[in-house]
Design a binder for this molecule. Structure first.
Ligand code: ZN
Length: 261
């Protein structure tokens, strides 16, 4: 008997603890599907303007993590629900949905009697991708369609070609300037300069105008990759060739088309 063998008590404890972990790790499916429904049905909208804000605020979760979980839930469905953790199935994101089952089988063969790990899955994915590359005469990946790692407000991956558009720094800057402006206007009103602004029609109008500017800036911000052209923008009527939608255009898009992207 090896010297590091566990006692019967230790073994029982070990198994009980592992069961706790297995149960927790397997929750990734339920979490991913809950996140997906909240996103699709915009159930966060009462408290938060975007899904990404909701995630950070409510769950301290990055948009990237949520995307992994949502994607993992979909991947797990593709492999007949056999995945045991988000981390384990994540490498399958690189192969198309219809090939995942085959690649998963290959990973299982690679693992033999041992549990399938992320490393087994990665190896199977690499093998499968290199076969496909050989089959198709190694057509290089279209750079425009390469993923940028950037996500839009609904956590859909943004194609590299329009990734810069989803950098919203300038919109945030503009809204901050307006917030400062409101602060200064408050000071004017509160001081000896305020007479003309308080209790006059023009004074009230000033507030409304600032609000209008704020609304317009928010309205103009990119919200989602265009689901019709998926960001390629070529001859795309719905997005007028820009590759993205603002929040209003996105909200007006039928749900079945939104879910396509
Ligand atoms: Zn488009």
């Amino acid at each position: 008997m090896p010297s590091n063998a566990l006692t019967a008590d230790q073994r029982a404890t070990f198994q009980a603890l592992e069961a706790v972990i297995a149960e927790g790790v397997a929750k990734f499916v339920a979490v991913g599907s809950a996140l997906m429904q909240i996103r699709e049905d915009r159930l966060y909208c009462e408290s938060h303007g975007t899904f990404a804000n909701y995630l950070t605020d409510r769950w301290q979760m990055t948009a990237r993590m949520a995307r992994y979980l949502i994607e993992a839930n979909q991947i797990n469905a593709d492999i007949g629900g056999e995945g045991t953790s988000e981390f384990q199935v994540r490498p399958l994101a690189r192969v198309p949905s219809e090939r995942r089952r085959d690649v998963w089988e290959r990973a299982r063969e690679g693992a033999g009697d041992a549990p399938v790990t992320a490393a087994h899955v990665t190896a199977a994915v690499e093998e499968s991708l290199s076969e496909v590359a050989a089959d198709t005469n190694s057509v290089p990946e279209d750079e425009d369609n390469a993923n940028s790692g950037v996500v839009d407000s609904d956590l859909r991956l943004v194609p590299a070609v329009i990734a810069d558009v989803f950098d919203q720094t300038l919109f945030t800057d503009a809204l901050n300037v307006l917030r400062q402006l409101t602060g200064v206007v408050n000071q004017i009103e509160g001081g000896p300069w305020g007479d003309m602004l308080i209790g006059t029609t023009e004074g009230v109008t000033l507030r409304n105008r600032i609000q209008e500017v704020r609304d317009t800036i928010k309205w103009a911000a990119p919200h989602a990759v265009c689901p019709y052209c998926e960001g390629s923008a070529e001859f795309c009527e719905p997005c007028h060739g820009k590759g993205w939608f603002n929040h209003q255009q996105w909200s007006n898009t039928p749900a079945d088309i939104r879910q396509r992207s």
